[in-house]
Design a protein around this ligand. Structure first.
Ligand code: PCA
Length: 328
């Protein structure tokens, strides 16, 4: 007994020493919370970015990703990075409408509904997004889109009126508003909790990409996906400016270079996987179709209403971004 106790104390002491030594000599460790599953391309891209930074700085800056909302839940990540609880993290831009309405530009239906248009919208909105981030003590590292958004439902939907009363899983204020305009009943649920929500009947429909449907094996719960091609919201990786200032210049350069690579790789991957995801939904028994003309018209009307509402909230800033996007 005594010997065991002594040994374990000794082992503990050695371990503690090792850990301290590790922290002292191996440089800084940045935990990077992510909201989406480890196998999703956003998370894989972030993990590749983290690995590249860690290797190129020889461990002076070690970045460790935490997918699936395991460190902070999706809706906590922005606040955590802002308060410095995590130095870096990834968040869906359009879910930050409460922080600033400009972030919702990413989920205005039919404003930008292809990868090409979405890239233009990114370029047009980036200065405004970066300005707001800067005011909040944050910096943008990179942003990557989700594939085009479509309508998932547990029954055929031929017009917006078929959505009347359906429980709708929303991922931001814009999708909640869209649900309301269709007569559906929205509840905000993070992707990590999606399967549970559909399994228990808390959700019967949602708008999201084929990517999230695939990740969450949505075919176990709903049969229909209408590829309405509404918009392509983006995730962004942000860093706390105080944490950033703590890095030496050479390390900052490496992070920026790897962020640029991650952005390019992420856009390419999203595009490459877009059709593949739709095929997987089909292979697993789902009906994957374009929207009926009536549904398309309904969505376009709703999109126009939402853009108008958004312009009222963002005023000149929003208008300037839309104008510069339209000129591109
Ligand atoms: N997937 C994320 C956001 C957009 C998307 O395609 C989600 O459903 O939470």
């Amino acid at each position: 007994m005594t010997i065991f106790a002594k040994t374990s104390t000794l082992a503990g002491a050695i371990l503690a020493l090792g850990l301290t030594a590790g922290i002292t000599f191996a440089g800084e460790k940045w935990d990077m919370p992510l909201a989406y599953s480890a196998t999703n391309y956003h998370s894989e891209n972030a993990a590749a970015f983290a690995k590249a930074v860690t290797e190129r700085t020889n461990g002076d800056l070690e970045i460790v990703t935490h997918p699936s909302g395991s460190l902070f839940k999706g809706n906590e990540i922005f606040g955590a990075v802002r308060r410095g609880l995590a130095p870096i993290g990834e968040r869906l831009i359009s879910a930050l409408g409460n922080e600033d309405a400009i972030f919702e530009i990413d989920a205005l239906p039919f404003l930008a509904s292809s990868f090409e248009a979405s890239k233009k919208l990114y370029d047009a909105s980036k200065p405004a997004v970066e300005k707001v981030l800067d005011e909040k003590g944050l910096m943008l590292l990179y942003a990557v889109p989700w594939p085009p958004q479509g309508l998932y439902a547990n029954k055929p939907i031929n017009a917006a009126s078929d959505m009347q009363g359906l429980k709708f899983r929303a991922y931001n204020a814009a999708t909640s508003r869209l649900a309301e305009l269709m007569g559906a009943v929205p509840t905000k649920i993070e992707a990590a909790e999606l399967s549970q929500a559909f399994a228990t009947g808390v959700a019967q429909s949602m708008i999201s990409s084929g990517s999230t449907g695939y990740d969450r094996k949505i075919w176990e719960h709903v049969k229909y996906w209408y590829d309405v091609n509404g918009w392509l919201p983006k995730n962004m990786v942000i860093v706390n400016k105080k944490a950033w200032a703590g890095l030496d210049e050479a390390t900052q350069m490496i992070v920026l270079e790897e962020a640029a690579k991650a952005e390019a790789n992420g856009w390419a991957k999203a595009q490459e996987l877009s059709n593949w995801y739709a095929e997987q939904l089909k292979k697993n028994g789902m009906v994957v179709e374009g929207p009926s003309p009536a549904l398309k018209t309904d969505f376009e009307k709703i999109g126009a209403t939402m853009t108008e509402e958004w312009l009222k909230r963002t005023g000149d800033t929003g208008k300037a971004v839309i104008d510069s996007y339209k000129k591109m």
